[in-house]
Every structure is written in C-alpha cells, then in structure tokens.
Design a protein around this ligand. Structure first.
Ligand code: ATP
Length: 297
C-alpha cells in the first residue's frame, strides 16, 4: 500500500474533573471524552525504500505556523514506528488542519493517533489497538483516547480508558475565541484543594448509558473553567451567548479556550451558528456532531 487518507477527529470534554496533584507533578483527572465530527485530514504517501538504512519523513500542512520537523506530533508518531520496525522508507504526511490549534480539542494528539494507525496499516505491522495505545501514551496522555475515539471515561493522567455508549444524538457548535490559553498556565493556577464544585461524572455516565440527552447536557462541568473564566471573561460571554441562542447547555473544552454548545434542534443550531459566525471575538466557529470516529464529515 503506497497511499492512504485518514480522518483525525477532534474531541471535547463533556466533563473534566481534577482529583489531585500527584507527587510527580501530574494531575489525576476524571473526564468524559467525546469525539466530534470535525477532523483533520491526514494523507500518507510512501515513495519507496531508501538506499541506505535510514528513513525520511516529510510533513506538509496548510497552516504555516505549525512545525513540519520532528516537533510535529505526526512526525513523532511515524518516526517511532519506523525506527522500531526498521522501516527504511521515504514518506510524506500531508495534514489539512481543521481542528483549532492549541484549543483544548487535542488536535495534535488526534493527528498523532491517525499517523500511528496509518503507518500500522500501510506497512502491515499488525499491531493491535492496545499495542498502538501503549506506544501512543509515550507521546502524550490524550493519544490513547484519540486512537480509540468515541465516548469514553478517562482516568489516571488520562491514560486509563473505559469506553461508554455513544453520546445521545445532538448538534454541537464549537467556538474558539481570539485568545491563546496555555495549558500549563491553567494547571499551574488551578487550586485543586479549593475547587468550588466537582462535576457529577457518575451521573453523566448514567445519563449517557440511558441515552438521556437532557440528563447528560445538564451535567456538563469543567473545573478548569475556575482558572480560565476568571482570567479570560470572554469564555463566560461565549457560554452565555450559546445559551441565549438556544443551546441546551454550554461548556469550555479541556483547558480551553474552545467553548462548545449542545443543541437538540438542527434549525436552532444552524441559526446559532450563523449568529456566532459574525461575532468578531471569535476566530473559528464550526457546527458538527458527536463524531464517534464515523465518516460523516
Ligand atoms: P489538548 O487538548 O491536548 O491540550 P490542544 O488543543 O491544546 O491539545 P494542539 O492543537 O494539540 O493543542 O497543539 C498544541 C501545540 O502542539 C501547538 O502549539 C503546536 O505547535 C504543537 N503541534 C505539534 N504537532 C501538531 C499537530 N500535528 N497539530 C497541531 N499542533 C501540533
């Protein structure tokens, strides 16, 4: 196989709780992860064997500010497998980015997961999903989830995953404001011992398993908002605007700054999307759904 094209789906957190800070500095989390239909398109092309015992990976992307060297997570994924399995080939990876970058949607991790799966398939490595996840976690905590996709409970540092039933059908609007939020800043400023509330994650799991959209939407919660909403009031403004425009509920994803709204009605969602598109505090707005890794978009 010399060419393949894969969709790398973004994710949102329907719930994000931080339980404690471990001695090694990592935070122990409990999160409900959900893929969205929005994806980056990844193409891998194989130009054949190299003459010597090396490999060559070329990265091309539509966003000029993204690294195209070994700092790109797609490069790291390919290099890891090519080294381990002695794949002395020249390949090119084209990344068409749609997922907002550095936005709390795990876009880089999604690309990384897609390349791990792609290289596994292209070179017939026959690694199981679990074997890919074991390798992925060494490149980032969200990567095992991105390999799995769908709806899942994520625990530990994000590496202990339990698949859940698919999220009840709904429409999702994603809105990224024109601000940059550093994940490090958010975790450093999080006061884990003084959190004003903890999202009802067990209740949300029950609602998802019962296919109860309103029960699920009612329990959205992200403790990282305690830092970002104080520092960046625009996040709360977007959430309020989503509700005004008919969202059943709205939340920030991950460490932000992307905010999502859940809608139960297609027409209402479409109108809200048009209204948000014209709002100049937003850089990117998308309308999508719970992707679950399917191929609808
Ligand atoms: P998370 O939700 O896991 O916190 P994120 O949405 O905050 O992820 P990403 O979009 O994954 O962040 O990117 C974070 C940084 O990683 C960017 O600043 C970018 O330079 C770097 N990066 C490396 N490879 C990629 C890639 N393939 N796509 C996007 N960013 C990448």
């Amino acid at each position: 196989m010399n060419y393949l094209k894969i969709r790398a789906h973004g994710k949102i957190n329907l719930a994000l709780d931080v339980l404690r800070k471990r001695e090694d500095g990592y935070h122990e989390v409990r999160m409900i992860m959900q893929s969205v239909g929005l994806y980056d398109s990844i193409e891998i092309q194989n130009f054949g064997r190299m003459q010597d015992n090396t490999y060559k990976i070329e990265i091309e992307t539509n966003l000029r500010f993204l690294p195209t060297n070994e700092k790109n997570l797609a490069y790291k994924a390919a290099a890891m497998l090519m080294e381990e399995f002695g794949l002395n080939y020249s390949i090119k990876i084209r990344i068409k980015k749609m997922i907002p970058v550095a936005a709390g949607m795990a876009g880089g991790s999604a690309d990384c997961a897609a390349v791990l799966k792609g290289i596994n398939k292209m070179f017939g490595l026959r690694l199981t999903q679990e074997e890919l996840m074991d390798r992925g976690v060494t490149l980032g905590a969200d990567i095992p989830y991105c390999i799995m996709g769908g709806t899942a409970l994520s625990e530990g540092i994000g590496d202990i995953l339990t698949p859940l039933s698919p999220m009840p059908d709904c429409y999702i609007i994603l809105a990224k404001p024109r601000i940059n939020v550093s994940t490090k800043f958010v975790y450093t400023n999080l006061q884990v011992d003084k959190l004003p509330y903890h999202p009802d994650i067990d209740g949300m799991i029950e609602a998802i398993e019962a296919n109860d959209f309103y029960g699920m939407a009612d329990k959205l919660g992200n403790v990282l908002e305690t830092v970002t909403e104080t520092e960046y009031p625009v996040i709360n403004q977007i959430k309020r605007r989503m509700i005004e425009l008919g969202a059943v509920n709205s939340l920030m994803s991950g460490s932000g700054p992307t905010v999502f709204g859940l809608f139960d009605n297609r027409e209402v969602a479409k109108e809200a999307y048009s209204a948000l598109k014209g709002w100049d505090c937003l850089r990117q707005v998308y309308i999508t759904d719970g992707g679950n890794g399917d191929e609808r978009y």
